[in-house]
Design a protein around this ligand. Structure first.
Ligand SMILES: [Zn+2]
Length: 459
């Protein structure tokens, strides 16, 4: 085939494909062609391949699908390390007045910082649930999408919104919320301008009102109608804390899941962050409707929210992905450490050592994430024909060399260095450094924009 696209050959590594059979190779090869995985298997790559432009000897490495993040708030990169000893509602109340001062330059810095942290840690598909749009703040969605394009990470912007301010019984201050009509119009415009439904899309948009306690019933209902009219996915926060459960029962006379169902917010096109406080009927409703979950173990622990019933969700067939959540409630902002967090946190729950295996955690962070983002046909496992989104984790140094099993080394060991990561065949990380953007410049801009935000918020 003389017209074959340029091929990349990766050899001599362990491979965890995370396919439906959990196929693994102790020593194998991958061939990438253009933006796709062409072939993979045990042993060396076939000889005589035409058009090979790059050969990588991945001795001492584990190849996995790129990690897929399913819940994040990029702007929070500028408010890390604040309100460190609060539960969710107190934390929100402490931070909303600062968050309400963000502008386009701050959003850009926060997005670049978040994306860079995620990418150098093996994340190849990121998402940002951005729900704060102060009046006159500029084109925040455009700035965030531009940052994702510059880093080269595959990206879903969940265009968020809030219209229930303090005077309507909500948590955010009134000046931080949009009008019902304004939020819906801006969300529709963002979908029209930026959503790409094609195979291999680098930018997708989801409709994402923030949470029951910051959004009116009308905004929830009409957002669901908008998303389904446009054929895009829906995302929000749900059942995060006991306080939210109490708040919903007092205001609506029902728990969060029943409230979501009454507003059109359960379905195979919906994924929800947290889902910590779910009874058996709630889980059955998610399973019946195919509603997905973004499990955020570090954030749930940091905000003392509780332990999501992930083993029960998986047993019920609910799609579950992993999320770092915003870096104001998970200062690390890295997805590979959430693999470990998911195993450890869930083993503290009632299922104890049977709660979650290392391989199940890797599956949540890859294929599970692809499922909840609606992209399981494109990404999330290493299979011929899928997009070449993958990571080479270095496991032959002091931190991991003596750990018997490469998947256990990745999930339970210290955060593994990323030697290389690819998105659609394009290399984003080389020897632990980003190839697309300058990490040091980004670090400096996050520091100066964080300082500027603190000054404006303090006025
Ligand atoms: Zn969140």
């Amino acid at each position: 085939m003389s017209d074959a696209p340029g091929r990349t050959v990766i050899e001599n590594c362990a491979i965890a494909t995370v396919d439906a059979h959990g196929t693994e190779y102790a020593r194998g090869h991958l061939v990438l062609a253009g933006d796709r995985i062409e072939s993979l298997g045990a042993g060396a790559a076939p000889e005589g391949l035409a058009g090979v432009v790059r050969r990588i000897d991945a001795e001492g490495h584990l190849a996995t699908p790129g990690l897929v993040n399913t819940h994040h708030h990029f702007y929070q990169f500028l408010t890390r390390g604040l309100a460190t000893d609060h539960n969710l509602f107190d934390w929100l109340t402490a931070l909303y007045p600062t968050w309400a001062r963000i502008d386009e330059a701050m959003c850009r810095a926060g997005a670049l910082g978040s994306l860079a942290m995620m990418a150098r840690g093996g994340c190849t598909t990121a998402m940002d649930h951005h729900y704060i749009h102060p009046r006159g703040a500029g084109d925040l969605s455009g700035a965030i999408i531009q940052a994702a394009r510059e880093t080269g990470v595959r990206f879903t912007l969940a265009r968020g919104s809030m219209d229930r301010g303090e005077s309507d019984g909500g948590l955010p201050p009134d000046f931080a919320v949009e009008s019902l009509e304004g939020a819906l119009a801006a969300t529709e415009e963002t979908v029209d301008r930026h959503h790409d439904a094609s195979f291999g899309a680098m930018t997708q948009i989801a409709v994402a009102p923030c949470s029951p306690f910051s959004v009116s019933t009308e905004l929830l209902t009409q957002s669901a109608e908008l998303a389904r009219r446009k054929g895009v996915r829906m995302h929000t926060h749900g059942s995060e804390t006991v306080e939210e459960e109490t708040w919903c029962r007092e205001l609506f006379g029902m728990g969060p899941t029943d409230y979501f169902e009454s507003t059109g917010w359960l379905g195979a096109d919906v994924w929800m962050a947290h889902c910590v406080h779910m009874n058996d009927a709630d889980l059955a409703a998610f399973a019946r409707t195919g509603t997905g979950v973004a499990h955020c173990p570090s954030s749930n622990a940091r905000l003392a929210a509780g332990i999501a019933r992930v083993p029960d969700m998986l047993a019920a067939g609910i799609p579950v992905g992993l999320g770092v959540d915003g870096t104001a409630s998970n200062e690390a902002g890295e997805l590979h450490t959430e693999l470990r967090g998911a195993v450890l946190v869930n083993r503290l729950g009632p299922h104890r050592e049977a709660a979650l295996t290392a391989r199940q955690a890797l599956r949540l962070g890859t294929y599970g994430g692809a499922q909840v983002l609606g992209r399981a046909a494109e990404i999330g496992s290493l299979e011929p024909g899928k997009l070449a989104d993958l990571v080479l984790w270095r496991l032959d140094t002091l931190a991991h060399a003596s750990i018997a099993d490469p998947v256990a080394a990745l999930v339970l060991g210290a955060p593994a260095p990323v030697t290389a990561s690819f998105v659609g065949g394009r290399q984003l990380v080389a020897d632990g450094r980003l190839t697309t953007v300058d990490e040091d410049e980004i670090a400096a801009s996050t520091r100066s924009e964080a300082r500027r935000l603190a000054e404006i918020a303090g006025e």
